[in-house]
Design a protein around this ligand. Sequence first.
Ligand code: FES
Length: 528
Amino acid sequence: MQVKENKMIRITVLEEEKQYQILCEEKKSIMQALLLANAEISALCGGKGICGKCKIKFLKGKTEPSDKDRKTFSEKELEDGYRLACTAYPRETAVIQLYMQKEQKIKVVAETEEKPYNGTAYRKDSDFGIAVDIGTTTIAMQLLEKSKKESISAYTGLNPQRSYGADVMSRIDAANHGWGEQLQKKIEEALEVGFSELIGKADILKEKVEEIIISGNTTMIHLLLGYSCETLGVAPFIPVNTGAVRTDSEKLFPNSGLKCSVKIIPGFSAFVGGDITAGLYYCQMQKKEGTNLFIDLGTNGEMAIGNREKILVTSVAAGPAFEGGNISCGIGSVPGAICKVDMKGRKIESLETIDGKEPLGICGSGVLEAVFELVKEAIIDETGLLEEPYFDNGFLLDEQRGKNPIVINQKDIREIQLAKSAVRAGIEVLLKRFGSTYKDIENVYLSGGFGYYVNVEKAIGIGMLPRELSRKIKPVGNTALAGAKKLLFQNAEWKKLRKLTDMVQEINLGGDKEFQEFYMEYLYFTLK
Ligand code: FES
Protein backbone atom coordinates (compact mmCIF):
# COMPACT_ATOMS: atom_id res chain seq x y z
CA MET A 1 0.00 0.00 0.00
CA GLN A 2 1.33 3.39 -0.90
CA VAL A 3 1.37 5.93 1.89
CA LYS A 4 0.38 9.37 0.67
CA GLU A 5 2.79 11.97 2.00
CA ASN A 6 1.56 15.41 2.89
CA LYS A 7 2.74 18.28 0.71
CA MET A 8 5.43 20.52 2.22
CA ILE A 9 5.03 24.24 1.71
CA ARG A 10 8.02 26.54 1.74
CA ILE A 11 7.73 29.58 3.98
CA THR A 12 10.24 32.41 4.04
CA VAL A 13 10.43 33.98 7.49
CA LEU A 14 11.61 37.54 8.07
CA GLU A 15 12.54 38.31 11.63
CA GLU A 16 14.23 41.57 12.57
CA GLU A 17 17.55 41.39 10.68
CA LYS A 18 17.28 37.66 9.97
CA GLN A 19 15.71 35.78 7.09
CA TYR A 20 15.32 32.00 6.91
CA GLN A 21 13.15 29.32 5.38
CA ILE A 22 11.01 26.67 7.01
CA LEU A 23 8.84 23.90 5.62
CA CYS A 24 5.21 23.72 6.68
CA GLU A 25 3.40 20.45 6.21
CA GLU A 26 0.02 20.80 4.52
CA LYS A 27 -2.79 21.02 7.13
CA LYS A 28 -0.31 22.21 9.77
CA SER A 29 -0.25 25.75 11.09
CA ILE A 30 2.59 28.21 10.67
CA MET A 31 2.99 28.03 14.46
CA GLN A 32 3.57 24.27 14.32
CA ALA A 33 6.08 24.67 11.51
CA LEU A 34 7.95 27.35 13.48
CA LEU A 35 8.05 25.13 16.56
CA LEU A 36 9.44 22.23 14.55
CA ALA A 37 12.07 24.57 13.16
CA ASN A 38 13.00 25.53 16.73
CA ALA A 39 12.15 29.18 16.20
CA GLU A 40 12.04 31.25 19.36
CA ILE A 41 8.42 32.19 19.51
CA SER A 42 5.91 33.15 22.11
CA ALA A 43 2.66 31.24 22.31
CA LEU A 44 1.17 32.26 25.59
CA CYS A 45 -2.14 30.47 25.06
CA GLY A 46 -0.48 27.39 23.57
CA GLY A 47 -1.83 28.06 20.07
CA LYS A 48 -5.51 28.35 20.93
CA GLY A 49 -5.98 31.69 19.19
CA ILE A 50 -6.79 33.44 22.46
CA CYS A 51 -3.76 35.45 23.58
CA GLY A 52 -3.13 37.26 20.29
CA LYS A 53 0.63 37.17 20.90
CA CYS A 54 1.63 35.10 17.85
CA LYS A 55 1.11 37.90 15.33
CA ILE A 56 2.57 37.50 11.84
CA LYS A 57 2.14 39.41 8.60
CA PHE A 58 1.91 37.71 5.23
CA LEU A 59 3.89 39.61 2.62
CA LYS A 60 3.02 36.90 0.08
CA GLY A 61 0.63 33.94 0.00
CA LYS A 62 -1.75 35.15 2.70
CA THR A 63 -4.24 32.68 4.13
CA GLU A 64 -7.99 33.13 4.56
CA PRO A 65 -8.56 34.88 7.90
CA SER A 66 -9.72 32.50 10.64
CA ASP A 67 -12.52 33.34 13.09
CA LYS A 68 -9.85 34.08 15.69
CA ASP A 69 -8.08 36.41 13.23
CA ARG A 70 -11.33 38.30 12.75
CA LYS A 71 -11.67 38.73 16.50
CA THR A 72 -8.08 39.92 16.84
CA PHE A 73 -7.47 42.19 13.84
CA SER A 74 -9.32 45.06 12.19
CA GLU A 75 -10.54 44.76 8.56
CA LYS A 76 -7.63 46.94 7.47
CA GLU A 77 -5.10 44.76 9.31
CA LEU A 78 -6.58 41.60 7.79
CA GLU A 79 -6.38 43.22 4.37
CA ASP A 80 -2.74 44.11 5.05
CA GLY A 81 -2.00 40.42 5.76
CA TYR A 82 -1.92 40.27 9.57
CA ARG A 83 -2.77 36.83 10.99
CA LEU A 84 -2.27 34.67 14.07
CA ALA A 85 0.42 32.08 13.36
CA CYS A 86 -1.47 29.44 15.31
CA THR A 87 -4.55 29.62 13.09
CA ALA A 88 -2.82 30.24 9.74
CA TYR A 89 -2.71 27.13 7.53
CA PRO A 90 -0.80 28.04 4.36
CA ARG A 91 -1.71 26.46 1.01
CA GLU A 92 1.04 27.98 -1.12
CA THR A 93 4.57 29.30 -0.86
CA ALA A 94 4.51 32.31 1.43
CA VAL A 95 6.64 35.06 2.90
CA ILE A 96 5.87 36.10 6.48
CA GLN A 97 7.15 38.69 8.88
CA LEU A 98 7.31 37.63 12.55
CA TYR A 99 5.98 40.05 15.13
CA MET A 100 6.00 37.72 18.08
CA GLN A 101 6.90 38.90 21.47
CA LYS A 102 10.42 37.97 22.46
CA GLU A 103 11.14 37.68 26.11
CA GLN A 104 14.73 36.57 26.34
CA LYS A 105 15.49 39.38 28.74
CA ILE A 106 12.81 38.48 31.23
CA LYS A 107 13.75 39.25 34.83
CA VAL A 108 14.12 36.07 36.79
CA VAL A 109 14.02 36.07 40.54
CA ALA A 110 16.92 33.77 41.24
CA GLU A 111 17.56 35.12 44.67
CA THR A 112 16.05 34.81 48.03
CA GLU A 113 15.97 37.01 51.06
CA GLU A 114 19.24 35.45 52.14
CA LYS A 115 22.61 36.54 50.78
CA PRO A 116 22.89 35.68 47.07
CA TYR A 117 25.91 34.09 45.49
CA ASN A 118 28.94 36.15 46.34
CA GLY A 119 31.59 35.15 43.84
CA THR A 120 34.23 35.16 46.57
CA ALA A 121 37.29 32.95 46.54
CA TYR A 122 36.63 29.25 46.55
CA ARG A 123 38.78 26.18 46.24
CA LYS A 124 38.57 24.69 42.80
CA ASP A 125 39.29 21.25 44.23
CA SER A 126 36.26 21.43 46.54
CA ASP A 127 33.10 19.45 45.94
CA PHE A 128 30.30 21.29 44.22
CA GLY A 129 26.59 20.88 43.73
CA ILE A 130 24.01 22.53 41.51
CA ALA A 131 20.58 23.63 42.74
CA VAL A 132 17.96 24.02 40.01
CA ASP A 133 14.48 25.50 39.91
CA ILE A 134 12.51 24.69 36.76
CA GLY A 135 9.68 27.19 36.67
CA THR A 136 6.90 27.23 34.10
CA THR A 137 8.24 30.55 32.82
CA THR A 138 11.84 30.68 33.94
CA ILE A 139 14.79 28.56 34.96
CA ALA A 140 17.12 29.51 37.81
CA MET A 141 20.17 27.65 39.05
CA GLN A 142 23.21 28.14 41.24
CA LEU A 143 26.54 26.37 41.59
CA LEU A 144 27.40 25.79 45.23
CA GLU A 145 30.56 24.98 47.10
CA LYS A 146 29.24 22.35 49.45
CA SER A 147 31.76 22.48 52.28
CA LYS A 148 31.61 26.27 52.64
CA LYS A 149 27.88 26.37 52.01
CA GLU A 150 28.27 29.18 49.53
CA SER A 151 26.88 29.93 46.11
CA ILE A 152 29.60 30.79 43.67
CA SER A 153 27.83 31.32 40.37
CA ALA A 154 24.27 31.79 39.21
CA TYR A 155 22.39 31.30 35.95
CA THR A 156 18.90 32.33 34.92
CA GLY A 157 17.04 31.87 31.67
CA LEU A 158 13.64 31.41 30.14
CA ASN A 159 11.99 28.03 30.03
CA PRO A 160 12.04 27.40 26.26
CA GLN A 161 8.86 25.33 26.58
CA ARG A 162 7.04 28.69 26.63
CA SER A 163 6.72 28.32 22.87
CA TYR A 164 4.14 25.63 23.66
CA GLY A 165 2.07 27.80 25.98
CA ALA A 166 2.47 29.96 29.08
CA ASP A 167 0.77 27.75 31.63
CA VAL A 168 1.01 24.13 32.72
CA MET A 169 -2.29 23.18 31.09
CA SER A 170 -1.07 24.28 27.64
CA ARG A 171 2.13 22.26 28.13
CA ILE A 172 0.16 19.18 29.21
CA ASP A 173 -2.06 19.67 26.18
CA ALA A 174 0.96 19.97 23.88
CA ALA A 175 2.56 16.85 25.40
CA ASN A 176 -0.69 14.95 24.90
CA HIS A 177 -0.76 16.03 21.26
CA GLY A 178 2.55 14.50 20.35
CA TRP A 179 4.98 17.24 21.44
CA GLY A 180 6.15 15.50 24.62
CA GLU A 181 9.56 14.51 23.25
CA GLN A 182 10.25 18.01 21.96
CA LEU A 183 9.22 19.48 25.31
CA GLN A 184 11.56 17.10 27.11
CA LYS A 185 14.40 17.85 24.72
CA LYS A 186 13.92 21.60 25.10
CA ILE A 187 14.20 21.58 28.87
CA GLU A 188 17.07 19.07 28.83
CA GLU A 189 19.03 21.30 26.45
CA ALA A 190 18.20 24.47 28.36
CA LEU A 191 19.46 22.95 31.61
CA GLU A 192 22.62 21.70 29.90
CA VAL A 193 23.30 25.23 28.66
CA GLY A 194 22.86 26.50 32.23
CA PHE A 195 25.19 23.84 33.71
CA SER A 196 27.89 24.61 31.22
CA GLU A 197 27.64 28.34 31.86
CA LEU A 198 27.76 27.89 35.64
CA ILE A 199 30.78 25.63 35.44
CA GLY A 200 32.48 27.81 32.83
CA LYS A 201 32.04 30.95 34.93
CA ALA A 202 33.48 29.24 38.01
CA ASP A 203 36.22 27.60 35.96
CA ILE A 204 36.06 24.26 37.76
CA LEU A 205 36.34 20.71 36.51
CA LYS A 206 33.05 18.99 35.68
CA GLU A 207 34.15 15.99 37.75
CA LYS A 208 34.02 18.16 40.83
CA VAL A 209 30.24 18.48 40.55
CA GLU A 210 28.88 15.81 42.87
CA GLU A 211 25.20 16.36 42.84
CA ILE A 212 22.30 18.19 41.21
CA ILE A 213 19.06 18.86 43.11
CA ILE A 214 16.04 19.91 41.08
CA SER A 215 12.76 21.42 42.15
CA GLY A 216 9.83 22.09 39.88
CA ASN A 217 6.09 21.82 39.72
CA THR A 218 4.60 18.43 38.91
CA THR A 219 4.13 19.19 35.21
CA MET A 220 7.68 20.48 34.74
CA ILE A 221 9.04 17.31 36.39
CA HIS A 222 6.80 15.07 34.28
CA LEU A 223 8.07 16.75 31.12
CA LEU A 224 11.69 16.57 32.26
CA LEU A 225 11.47 12.87 33.12
CA GLY A 226 9.45 12.04 30.01
CA TYR A 227 6.42 10.80 32.00
CA SER A 228 3.10 10.60 30.23
CA CYS A 229 0.90 13.64 30.91
CA GLU A 230 -2.30 11.89 29.85
CA THR A 231 -3.87 11.69 33.29
CA LEU A 232 -2.32 14.91 34.56
CA GLY A 233 -4.60 17.30 32.69
CA VAL A 234 -8.02 15.74 33.22
CA ALA A 235 -10.02 15.11 36.39
CA PRO A 236 -9.18 13.50 38.75
CA PHE A 237 -5.69 14.76 37.74
CA ILE A 238 -3.49 11.79 38.53
CA PRO A 239 0.28 12.23 38.19
CA VAL A 240 2.47 9.31 37.14
CA ASN A 241 4.73 9.95 40.12
CA THR A 242 5.21 12.74 42.65
CA GLY A 243 7.73 10.92 44.84
CA ALA A 244 11.41 11.75 45.17
CA VAL A 245 13.47 10.53 42.21
CA ARG A 246 17.14 9.67 42.25
CA THR A 247 18.86 9.24 38.95
CA ASP A 248 22.12 10.33 37.34
CA SER A 249 23.26 13.07 35.02
CA GLU A 250 24.41 10.67 32.31
CA LYS A 251 20.82 9.50 31.89
CA LEU A 252 19.05 12.81 32.26
CA PHE A 253 21.59 15.19 30.73
CA PRO A 254 23.66 13.03 28.37
CA ASN A 255 25.30 15.96 26.65
CA SER A 256 26.35 17.79 29.78
CA GLY A 257 29.58 15.84 30.37
CA LEU A 258 28.61 15.65 34.06
CA LYS A 259 28.88 12.43 36.03
CA CYS A 260 26.92 12.96 39.19
CA SER A 261 23.74 12.04 40.99
CA VAL A 262 20.52 13.92 40.29
CA LYS A 263 17.76 14.20 42.88
CA ILE A 264 14.27 15.47 42.17
CA ILE A 265 12.41 16.98 45.12
CA PRO A 266 9.10 15.18 45.76
CA GLY A 267 5.72 16.89 45.44
CA PHE A 268 2.22 16.09 46.64
CA SER A 269 -0.18 16.07 43.71
CA ALA A 270 -0.78 17.26 40.14
CA PHE A 271 -1.08 20.87 41.30
CA VAL A 272 1.16 21.03 44.35
CA GLY A 273 4.62 19.95 43.32
CA GLY A 274 8.22 19.74 44.46
CA ASP A 275 8.66 23.51 44.12
CA ILE A 276 6.23 23.90 47.03
CA THR A 277 7.94 21.16 49.05
CA ALA A 278 11.19 23.07 48.54
CA GLY A 279 9.50 26.31 49.63
CA LEU A 280 7.99 24.80 52.77
CA TYR A 281 11.30 23.18 53.61
CA TYR A 282 13.14 26.45 53.06
CA CYS A 283 10.75 28.29 55.39
CA GLN A 284 11.01 25.37 57.82
CA MET A 285 7.23 25.33 58.23
CA GLN A 286 7.42 21.74 59.54
CA LYS A 287 9.55 22.77 62.51
CA LYS A 288 7.79 25.89 63.71
CA GLU A 289 5.68 25.91 66.79
CA GLY A 290 3.63 28.89 65.64
CA THR A 291 1.37 28.81 62.62
CA ASN A 292 2.68 30.22 59.34
CA LEU A 293 1.17 30.85 55.96
CA PHE A 294 3.03 30.25 52.70
CA ILE A 295 1.78 31.74 49.43
CA ASP A 296 3.44 31.16 46.07
CA LEU A 297 2.01 33.27 43.27
CA GLY A 298 2.89 32.44 39.71
CA THR A 299 0.88 30.98 36.86
CA ASN A 300 -0.96 29.15 39.62
CA GLY A 301 -1.52 30.13 43.23
CA GLU A 302 -0.27 27.52 45.66
CA MET A 303 -0.55 28.03 49.37
CA ALA A 304 -0.01 26.25 52.65
CA ILE A 305 -0.72 26.79 56.31
CA GLY A 306 0.88 24.88 59.14
CA ASN A 307 3.17 24.29 62.05
CA ARG A 308 5.18 21.36 63.33
CA GLU A 309 2.00 19.34 63.93
CA LYS A 310 0.30 19.58 60.59
CA ILE A 311 0.45 21.35 57.21
CA LEU A 312 -2.46 21.92 54.82
CA VAL A 313 -1.76 22.80 51.19
CA THR A 314 -3.96 23.81 48.31
CA SER A 315 -3.81 25.42 44.91
CA VAL A 316 -6.08 27.86 43.15
CA ALA A 317 -6.33 28.54 39.44
CA ALA A 318 -5.24 32.17 39.40
CA GLY A 319 -4.62 32.14 35.65
CA PRO A 320 -1.56 33.73 34.05
CA ALA A 321 -2.61 37.35 34.76
CA PHE A 322 0.00 37.80 37.49
CA GLU A 323 2.65 37.05 34.88
CA GLY A 324 1.16 39.39 32.28
CA GLY A 325 -0.65 36.53 30.47
CA ASN A 326 -4.21 36.97 29.15
CA ILE A 327 -3.82 40.74 29.57
CA SER A 328 -4.38 42.73 26.37
CA CYS A 329 -1.10 44.69 26.61
CA GLY A 330 0.47 42.18 29.00
CA ILE A 331 4.08 41.10 28.73
CA GLY A 332 6.46 39.24 31.03
CA SER A 333 8.83 41.03 33.39
CA VAL A 334 11.05 42.32 30.59
CA PRO A 335 12.84 45.67 30.36
CA GLY A 336 10.19 48.16 29.29
CA ALA A 337 7.32 46.43 31.08
CA ILE A 338 5.27 48.91 33.13
CA CYS A 339 5.66 47.68 36.70
CA LYS A 340 4.49 50.65 38.80
CA VAL A 341 1.56 52.99 38.29
CA ASP A 342 0.50 56.02 40.34
CA MET A 343 -2.50 58.20 39.59
CA LYS A 344 -3.90 61.44 40.82
CA GLY A 345 -7.50 62.03 39.86
CA ARG A 346 -8.00 60.78 36.32
CA LYS A 347 -4.39 61.39 35.35
CA ILE A 348 -1.38 59.15 35.45
CA GLU A 349 1.03 60.75 37.86
CA SER A 350 3.92 58.41 37.26
CA LEU A 351 4.69 55.20 35.44
CA GLU A 352 7.74 53.11 36.08
CA THR A 353 9.08 50.49 33.71
CA ILE A 354 11.56 47.70 34.33
CA ASP A 355 15.07 49.09 33.82
CA GLY A 356 13.53 52.48 32.96
CA LYS A 357 13.14 51.54 29.29
CA GLU A 358 10.48 52.93 26.90
CA PRO A 359 7.12 51.34 27.80
CA LEU A 360 6.46 48.18 25.77
CA GLY A 361 3.54 46.67 27.65
CA ILE A 362 2.54 45.91 31.22
CA CYS A 363 3.65 43.08 33.51
CA GLY A 364 1.63 41.35 36.24
CA SER A 365 2.59 43.64 39.11
CA GLY A 366 1.93 46.68 36.87
CA VAL A 367 -1.58 45.47 36.02
CA LEU A 368 -2.33 44.96 39.71
CA GLU A 369 -1.09 48.47 40.49
CA ALA A 370 -3.10 49.98 37.64
CA VAL A 371 -6.26 48.23 38.81
CA PHE A 372 -5.69 49.43 42.39
CA GLU A 373 -5.21 53.01 41.20
CA LEU A 374 -8.31 52.89 39.00
CA VAL A 375 -10.37 51.61 41.91
CA LYS A 376 -8.88 54.29 44.17
CA GLU A 377 -9.88 56.98 41.70
CA ALA A 378 -13.38 55.47 41.32
CA ILE A 379 -12.80 54.78 37.61
CA ILE A 380 -13.52 51.12 38.37
CA ASP A 381 -16.59 50.54 40.51
CA GLU A 382 -17.04 48.00 43.28
CA THR A 383 -18.19 45.33 40.87
CA GLY A 384 -15.12 45.81 38.68
CA LEU A 385 -16.84 47.78 35.94
CA LEU A 386 -14.84 50.44 34.09
CA GLU A 387 -16.92 53.55 33.93
CA GLU A 388 -17.51 55.71 30.87
CA PRO A 389 -15.79 56.99 28.77
CA TYR A 390 -13.31 54.12 29.28
CA PHE A 391 -15.62 51.13 29.01
CA ASP A 392 -15.23 50.49 25.28
CA ASN A 393 -11.58 51.24 24.63
CA GLY A 394 -10.01 50.89 28.04
CA PHE A 395 -8.04 53.35 30.17
CA LEU A 396 -4.94 54.69 28.43
CA LEU A 397 -1.71 54.21 30.35
CA ASP A 398 0.78 55.15 27.66
CA GLU A 399 0.45 56.26 24.06
CA GLN A 400 3.60 54.41 23.03
CA ARG A 401 4.35 56.90 20.29
CA GLY A 402 3.39 55.54 16.88
CA LYS A 403 2.69 52.02 18.11
CA ASN A 404 -0.36 50.47 19.71
CA PRO A 405 -1.25 52.37 22.88
CA ILE A 406 -0.93 50.56 26.21
CA VAL A 407 -4.33 50.34 27.88
CA ILE A 408 -6.09 48.51 30.68
CA ASN A 409 -9.44 47.29 29.43
CA GLN A 410 -12.49 45.68 30.94
CA LYS A 411 -11.28 42.16 30.17
CA ASP A 412 -7.94 42.81 31.90
CA ILE A 413 -9.74 44.02 35.01
CA ARG A 414 -11.82 40.84 35.04
CA GLU A 415 -8.68 38.69 34.82
CA ILE A 416 -7.18 40.42 37.86
CA GLN A 417 -10.51 40.33 39.65
CA LEU A 418 -10.87 36.57 39.17
CA ALA A 419 -7.25 35.91 40.11
CA LYS A 420 -7.29 38.03 43.25
CA SER A 421 -10.52 36.57 44.55
CA ALA A 422 -9.28 33.01 43.89
CA VAL A 423 -6.13 33.73 45.93
CA ARG A 424 -8.03 35.40 48.74
CA ALA A 425 -10.68 32.67 48.87
CA GLY A 426 -7.90 30.05 49.04
CA ILE A 427 -6.32 31.86 52.01
CA GLU A 428 -9.65 32.10 53.83
CA VAL A 429 -10.48 28.42 53.33
CA LEU A 430 -7.03 27.35 54.53
CA LEU A 431 -7.35 29.47 57.68
CA LYS A 432 -10.78 28.09 58.40
CA ARG A 433 -9.88 24.45 57.84
CA PHE A 434 -6.80 24.83 60.00
CA GLY A 435 -8.94 26.34 62.72
CA SER A 436 -6.92 29.57 62.77
CA THR A 437 -7.67 33.26 62.68
CA TYR A 438 -5.51 36.08 61.31
CA LYS A 439 -4.27 36.67 64.84
CA ASP A 440 -2.76 33.19 65.08
CA ILE A 441 -0.55 33.65 62.03
CA GLU A 442 3.08 34.46 62.81
CA ASN A 443 4.43 35.03 59.29
CA VAL A 444 3.11 35.11 55.76
CA TYR A 445 5.85 33.98 53.40
CA LEU A 446 5.17 35.46 49.97
CA SER A 447 7.14 33.37 47.51
CA GLY A 448 7.82 33.60 43.76
CA GLY A 449 8.69 36.33 41.27
CA PHE A 450 5.35 38.11 41.47
CA GLY A 451 5.44 38.06 45.26
CA TYR A 452 8.91 39.59 45.11
CA TYR A 453 7.90 42.59 43.00
CA VAL A 454 4.31 43.15 44.01
CA ASN A 455 3.39 46.23 46.01
CA VAL A 456 1.98 44.51 49.10
CA GLU A 457 -0.04 47.57 50.13
CA LYS A 458 -1.82 47.65 46.77
CA ALA A 459 -2.36 43.87 46.80
CA ILE A 460 -4.04 44.35 50.19
CA GLY A 461 -5.90 47.37 48.80
CA ILE A 462 -7.69 45.33 46.11
CA GLY A 463 -8.49 42.64 48.66
CA MET A 464 -6.08 39.95 47.46
CA LEU A 465 -4.36 39.71 50.83
CA PRO A 466 -5.97 40.43 54.22
CA ARG A 467 -5.16 43.82 55.74
CA GLU A 468 -4.97 42.10 59.14
CA LEU A 469 -1.85 40.22 57.99
CA SER A 470 -0.07 43.22 56.48
CA ARG A 471 2.68 43.47 59.09
CA LYS A 472 3.41 39.77 58.91
CA ILE A 473 3.97 39.55 55.13
CA LYS A 474 7.53 38.74 54.09
CA PRO A 475 8.47 38.47 50.40
CA VAL A 476 10.95 35.58 50.40
CA GLY A 477 11.89 35.38 46.71
CA ASN A 478 12.51 32.16 44.86
CA THR A 479 11.97 29.59 47.61
CA ALA A 480 11.92 26.69 45.13
CA LEU A 481 15.59 27.42 44.40
CA ALA A 482 16.38 28.33 48.00
CA GLY A 483 14.94 25.00 49.20
CA ALA A 484 17.01 23.04 46.67
CA LYS A 485 20.11 24.95 47.84
CA LYS A 486 19.42 24.26 51.48
CA LEU A 487 19.06 20.56 50.73
CA LEU A 488 22.38 20.54 48.93
CA PHE A 489 24.10 22.06 51.92
CA GLN A 490 22.44 19.73 54.37
CA ASN A 491 22.62 16.38 52.74
CA ALA A 492 21.31 14.49 55.73
CA GLU A 493 18.09 16.47 55.50
CA TRP A 494 17.12 14.79 52.23
CA LYS A 495 15.82 11.81 54.18
CA LYS A 496 13.72 14.10 56.37
CA LEU A 497 11.84 15.42 53.37
CA ARG A 498 9.75 12.29 53.59
CA LYS A 499 8.60 13.37 57.02
CA LEU A 500 7.60 16.76 55.63
CA THR A 501 5.66 15.32 52.71
CA ASP A 502 3.98 12.81 55.04
CA MET A 503 2.63 15.52 57.33
CA VAL A 504 1.07 17.48 54.48
CA GLN A 505 -2.60 17.14 53.66
CA GLU A 506 -4.00 18.58 50.48
CA ILE A 507 -7.35 20.32 50.24
CA ASN A 508 -9.00 20.09 46.86
CA LEU A 509 -10.92 23.30 46.23
CA GLY A 510 -12.60 22.13 43.01
CA GLY A 511 -16.33 22.18 43.80
CA ASP A 512 -15.72 23.26 47.43
CA LYS A 513 -18.81 25.20 48.54
CA GLU A 514 -17.03 27.31 51.10
CA PHE A 515 -14.37 28.27 48.57
CA GLN A 516 -17.08 29.31 46.11
CA GLU A 517 -18.72 31.50 48.74
CA PHE A 518 -15.47 33.25 49.62
CA TYR A 519 -14.68 33.57 45.93
CA MET A 520 -17.93 35.42 45.27
CA GLU A 521 -17.43 37.60 48.34
CA TYR A 522 -13.93 38.71 47.38
CA LEU A 523 -14.76 39.42 43.74
CA TYR A 524 -15.74 42.91 44.83
CA PHE A 525 -13.35 45.83 44.95
CA THR A 526 -13.84 47.59 48.23
CA LEU A 527 -10.62 49.34 49.08
CA LYS A 528 -9.17 48.04 52.30
S1 FES B 1 -3.16 33.40 19.78
FE1 FES B 1 -1.70 32.19 18.80
S2 FES B 1 -0.50 31.46 20.43
FE2 FES B 1 -2.06 32.57 21.43
